[in-house]
Design a protein around this ligand. Structure first.
Ligand code: OOG
Ligand code: MG
Length: 257
């Protein structure tokens, strides 16, 4: 039997992203399983690299119960970040480049020398150079922001854009820091870094392990998004978004059109 058309599916998802036009879900129809879905993700991100973008890191998805419940998928997933997805802190994001963008508060790590896959990162010493508050803009390429596990993996885990706030040294204890998401100064979501697998450091262990299964090694200098601590909120043109993480500070963006 001929397997799923990996390049064809990646092209469909790539065109959906490039034209900001939703597509139907693809996994059930094309028989995508999780491993094949990661192969589609690789091909989808390769389209970006082919046009000159650079891989700058990894993002985790569905590392909190709030996120799992919001999208109805309960497995931890990972995706790739490129330089073109990065928006300067406070900077503008053109919402017309996206289908149905949402924003979520994140914790970002700046990676140092990483342990081998399978070796725990332990207390982080040596593995993480700095920590920052961050905002991820997610934008599923599927209609109604609805997908199965292989669908969302193939779609690079809905990665759209991201903002990194100021970096700081790793504080003592990252496992119970308050997290707020504000839209135009109004509280939209509230949570704690404890929601991220109990401690965002576990997200790094999981990232090393899960990406390692697909032959991807995290690199020194890469950015790592640990996954949102709260549900995501729709992003509308004209608003100002702030993600506040206790001890780490603020990351922000402006939504233009
Ligand atoms: C999938 C991506 C999830 C996170 O932080 O949990 C994610 C989605 O919600 O569309 O980025
Ligand atoms: Mg996220």
């Amino acid at each position: 039997m001929i397997g799923p058309d990996i390049t064809g599916i990646a092209d469909t998802l790539g065109i959906a992203a490039d034209t900001a036009t939703a597509t139907a879900q693809l996994a059930a129809e094309t028989g995508l399983d999780v491993d094949t879905a990661y192969a589609v993700q690789t091909a989808l991100v390769q389209r970006r690299l082919d046009r000159g973008e650079r891989l700058v890191g990894l993002k985790m998805g569905l590392t909190s119960k709030a996120k799992m419940a919001q999208v109805g998928v309960d497995e931890v997933i990972w995706g790739r970040l490129t330089d073109a997805m990065r928006v300067p802190d406070g900077g503008p994001v053109d919402v017309t480049n996206f289908i149905h963008p949402r924003v979520e508060p994140e914790v970002a790590f700046l990676l140092d020398r990483l342990p081998e896959p399978g070796e725990p990162v332990g207390d982080f010493t040596g593995a993480v150079r700095a920590v920052a508050p961050a905002i991820e803009l997610i934008d599923s390429r599927y209609a109604n922001f609805t997908f199965s596990l292989p669908d969302v993996i193939a779609d690079n885990t809905s990665a759209g854009a991201f903002v990194i706030g100021p970096w700081s040294a790793v504080p003592d204890g990252l496992d119970n820091l308050g997290v707020l998401l504000e839209i135009d100064g109004r509280l939209a979501q509230v949570g704690s870094t404890a929601a991220i697998l109990g401690d965002p450091r576990r997200a790094l262990d999981e990232g090393i392990r899960l990406a390692g299964r697909h032959g991807v090694r995290l690199r020194e200098g890469w950015i790592f998004l640990a996954g949102a601590a709260t549900a995501a909120v729709p992003l509308r043109a004209g608003v100002h978004v702030r993600a506040v993480v206790e001890k780490l500070g603020v990351a922000s963006l402006r939504a233009s059109s």
